[in-house]
Design a protein around this ligand. Structure first.
Ligand SMILES: [Zn+2]
Length: 128
C-alpha cells in the first residue's frame, strides 16, 4: 500500500500564523502566541522562567537533548528517535505518582555522545 506525501498549503487569512488578529494582539513579555511557538525549547526555558509549570515541562524536553526543537514543531517532521524521546519527556514531566517501573529499550544504533547520558540522567531524576 502506498500513501501520497503530505501536502501543505499556505493560509492566506492568517499568513501561516494560525491565529486571528484578536488573538495575536495579546502578548506575554512582548511576544504573541505565534512568536512564542517559534521559540526553541532551549529559548522557552528562559522565556518561561517565571512560570514554573510551563518551565518544568519545557526543561524536561531540553534535558533529554531536544532543546533545539521549536515549540510548534509539527509531529510528522520529527525523526523516529525524536518522537520516542518526546513520549519519554511527556512521561517524565508528569507529577510523580509514587512507585513506577520504567523499562527503557536499548537503541539499535549508537546515538551521538551525550544523548544517552542526558536521557539516563533525566530518567534517574524520577522519584525515588
Ligand atoms: Zn490560517
Amino acid at each position: 500500500m502506498s500513501f501520497l506525501p503530505d501536502v501543505y498549503i499556505h493560509c492566506e487569512v492568517c499568513e501561516g500564523r494560525r491565529f486571528n488578529q484578536e488573538t495575536l494582539d495579546i502578548t506575554y513579555k512582548g511576544k504573541n502566541i505565534s512568536e512564542v511557538l517559534e521559540l526553541t525549547f532551549d529559548e522557552a526555558t528562559k522565556f518561561f522562567s517565571a512560570v514554573p509549570s510551563i518551565r518544568r515541562a519545557v526543561q524536561v524536553v531540553c534535558d533529554i537533548g531536544l532543546g533545539y526543537l521549536c515549540l510548534a514543531q509539527p509531529s510528522p517532521s520529527l525523526s523516529g528517535g525524536e518522537a520516542q524521546r518526546i513520549k519519554l519527556a511527556e512521561e517524565l514531566a508528569k507529577p510523580s505518582r509514587g512507585r513506577t517501573l520504567y523499562i527503557l529499550d536499548e537503541p539499535t544504533y549508537r546515538p551521538p555522545p551525550g544523548r544517552c547520558s542526558k536521557a539516563r540522567k533525566s530518567a534517574s531524576g524520577l522519584g525515588g
